[in-house]
Ligand binder design. Sequence first.
Ligand SMILES: O=C(O)c1ccccc1N[C@@H]1O[C@H](COP(=O)(O)O)[C@@H](O)[C@H]1O
Length: 208
Amino acid sequence: MLVKVCGMRDAENIRSLDEKVQPDLMGMIFYPKSSRYVADAATIPSTKAAKVGVFVNTPIAEIVAKVNAFGLAYIQLHGDEDAVFVEELKKQAAAEIIKVFRVTEEVDWTYLKGFEPHVAYFLFDTETKGYGGSGKKFNWELLEKYPLQKPFLLSGGIQEESVAEIQHLQQIQPKLAGVDINSKFELHAAFKDVDKVIRFVKALQENR
Ligand SMILES: O=C(O)c1ccccc1N[C@@H]1O[C@H](COP(=O)(O)O)[C@@H](O)[C@H]1O
């Protein structure tokens, strides 16, 4: 199972996680209204983890500039971007795309089909006013009936206590490719409790 740690900004914290946890993906938020907003490429060190940039309704030219400045391997689109936008972005940016759907009470799977040819993963998070990083969970049972071929990442309020529920979903749903953790592992905004992340990842890998 892939592990993405998101909302990173502090260079020492990034290095420490990269060394001790070795996540597959490390996310940085490029949404100016977020408390985890990253403004300056110079403050972000190189990592073994693939870097993911999180964007909310950002123009393509701006995303492409960030991909190049930060060496992003993935672009996470966390806003209301449609399939036409995603197709065009894929042509212009040298990075894979993760398209996020913010879930309320149900998911329109037919709508998602239009995105499938252009993305590496879908990601499911909880619908909130602030777009993401709320620490709020949605009804993960909705994903038990996920009908598409594209693998997806699970997100939204994942915490240490979520391991059993994640593993349960993994048994039912083979398209669950990984988890994305964020606010529930923070000591303060954009700074993770590395020991907590280590415990979570170990439990996720062990108790299967
Ligand atoms: O973390 C943020 O501040 C953020 C802001 C805008 C869009 C996405 C954001 N983060 C993403 O939100 C999900 C869920 O995070 P949480 O576990 O509920 O805190 C995660 O995918 C982050 O990438």
